[in-house]
Design a protein around this ligand. Structure first.
Ligand SMILES: [Fe+2]
Length: 312
């Protein structure tokens, strides 16, 4: 979560916080100002005499359950290190990196996309993306999770992977074969690859579908245009070494079998589809406006111009 402190001319300071539960981006790099919106905005304003400076501070967001809630699958000790030290360090380092820079005051999603810089990564990128990734990861799990999704999510999984079991196999394969540090993702992909990004690992020409991706280090699907992340697993060693040592495949299996919150994944899918539908309606509206302008222009005859001539 991030608190934005915005000082207004009347010395009122407003704080905005945004939830990372659902990705608030909608269409990648285009129209950043309108693309990135705070989801579940909460705003509060306080008076602050003489306040003139815009400052921003990201805060360490706790997992949506107690640190011992996923035991014995994921131990409290793992959370104390993973969330309490690693995640905290990403937040603290990010705040230091952006202070007084052009990124100060941007949302976390904006910071990630701007700092990714089309693959020519700026210093703040890794910390910003790791803050977002870990928020998203904690919220991808729940006590008593796992099992099988239902409803539209299950139908899409079966449509795009053949069966739920085949999806699980492919997700496990992506997570286990991500070399070194990184993440595996389930994302909802639109066929809008109109952005200069050379590292999209699974670009295809097919329309709207679920895809499995893997990314190195801190990279996440927010930097790939029109990919809406739905689920992730952290395969950095700090995620599993205390509980599973070097047995990454065991950690991945137990994550899928007993930790995944399919409710969170379904909710993210619903939001992604709503964002896409809203943008498509807007695009259609603009297209019709252009058509009408064009039709009006064609229907209006060009006036003939007769010039007086003294040669008659
Ligand atoms: Fe991690």
């Amino acid at each position: 979560m991030k608190l934005l402190s915005l000082s207004t001319p009347d010395s009122t300071t407003c704080y905005l916080s945004s939830s990372a539960f659902l990705p608030s981006h909608s269409n990648g790099f285009q129209n950043l100002a309108s693309t990135f919106k705070f989801s579940n905005n909460q705003a509060r304003c306080i008076r602050k005499a003489g306040a003139t400076k815009v400052t921003a501070k990201f805060e360490l967001k706790p997992p949506p359950y107690p640190l011992n809630a996923l035991e014995p699958i994921m131990s409290q000790e793992t959370f104390e290190y993973h969330w309490g030290k690693h995640h905290r360090a990403y937040v603290d380092n990010l705040n230091k990196q952006i202070e007084g820079t052009d990124l100060d005051g941007k949302s976390l999603e904006e910071t990630i996309v701007i700092a990714y810089n089309n693959g020519d990564i700026l210093p703040a990128f890794n910390n910003a993306a790791q803050v977002w990734n870990h928020d998203f990861f904690w919220e991808s799990m729940k006590p008593g999770g796992g099992g099988k999704p239902s409803g539209e999510l299950l139908k899409l999984i079966e449509r795009d992977f053949g069966s739920f079991e085949k999806f699980v196999d492919q997700f496990k394969l992506a997570a286990s074969t991500q070399f070194g540090s990184g993440w595996a993702w389930l994302a909802y992909k639109e066929n809008r690859l109109d952005v200069g990004n050379a590292v999209n690992p699974l670009a295809t020409d097919e329309d709207k579908k679920l895809v499995i991706l893997k990314s190195p280090n801190a990279v996440n699907p927010l930097v790939w245009s029109h990919h809406h992340p739905l689920l992730t697993i952290d395969v950095l060693e700090h995620a599993y070494y205390l509980d599973y040592q070097n047995r990454r495949p065991d950690y991945i299996s137990v994550f899928m079998n007993k930790l995944v919150s399919w409710e969170a994944v379904s909710s993210r899918l619903e939001q992604a589809k709503a964002v896409i539908a809203e943008r498509e309606r807007e695009e259609e509206r603009k297209r019709r406006e252009e058509e009408e302008k064009s039709t009006t222009s064609e229907a209006t005859p060009t006036p003939e111009i007769f010039a007086d001539s003294d040669t008659d």
